[in-house]
Design a protein around this ligand. Sequence first.
Ligand code: GLY
Length: 395
Amino acid sequence: MNTKIAYISIILFFSGFVSFAQKINIKKAFEHAEKQTSLMLQEIEQVKKSAKTGLVSPRTLENGELKLVASKDWTSGFFPGELWYLYEYNQQTKWLDEAKKFTANIEKEKTNGTTHDMGFKVYCSVGNGYRLTHDAHYRDVLIQSAKTLSTRFNPKTGVIRSWDHNRDKWVNPVIIDNMMNLELLFEATKLTGDSSFYRIAVSHANTTMKNHFRADYSSYHVVDYDPQTGAVLKRGTHQGYSDESAWARGQAWALYGYTMCYRYTKDPAYLSQAEHVANFILNHPNMPADLVPYYDFNAPGIPDEPRDASAAAVIASGLYELSAYSKQGKFFSGKADKMLYSLTTKYTAPAGSAKGFILLHSTGSKPGNSEIDVPLSYADYYYLEALLRKKNLQK
Ligand code: GLY
């Protein structure tokens, strides 16, 4: 008996040394994602038959039903992007064909100047399509989209205006999420040689770095600017718990955004900003042991608050990229491994369930009482991106 206990103890002792990196089975995770996405394609067909026309991409489950959105919705580009990631992983024509089909639905957004979400919509879909196919048509769509996004830049504020809605609340609102749209602008300069896109992106990133962050490197969600003087009128939140709290996905956008800005500019200020934000997130006392954050780091009911798997997916993907640039690389990639391991083992939908979404337990807007503890297409998109980044880092 004693020998048996000793034997088990030795096994348990050594299994502790198997890192999360070794435990993540990327092949299995992609097999699950492919099965779920095949189901999603069938579910989309069903909804399209019965719903009004013009709905193109899945966003979430609403009362258990699949919710599709029109191309103008900020989330429309994520599902096409997932299809590109599946194609990138397995190179199967089936996924290429689906990716092309769903990406075609988004293209008309290239002239929609009523929102800042151009990067989310067009870069995640068409941008990935161009990266993987070099189709000249996609190139043209990206350039037109960057031109349209640039019309929302105001040289007096130095930033791209985010929203046009809720004019009674804000004059010229900018949300931290907007950092994500800069990737499209940086790419447009690479494609055209026209540096105006690059300069707008840098101005937006610098102004946001100055005005959006607190001393501890947590980020406000919304900053409102005077469009004439560029003065900050107020700082607050829309989807977080309170104006002074740290909304989890906002911190994720900041981390990913400044890491991406460093990729294009090699400006050490952006690297340092990304590292500070990452350390704020990873060392936060309210970060749960599995590293999948509550929807807000300051939510008052923690630990009985909803998690946000989408924030974890964005953070994990951002950390993998940051790990390649930073002196803290090992620390960051280790934490990303742990997040990805948690998402893969505890947050994925059982095969054949959730209408084909991959991850469960995300939160869209708790204060808006909307999309709480549900699957979200952007959680799935950044989860697949994180898996691919992990795979590439292993190479
Ligand atoms: N960009 C909107 C959100 O993160 O919910």
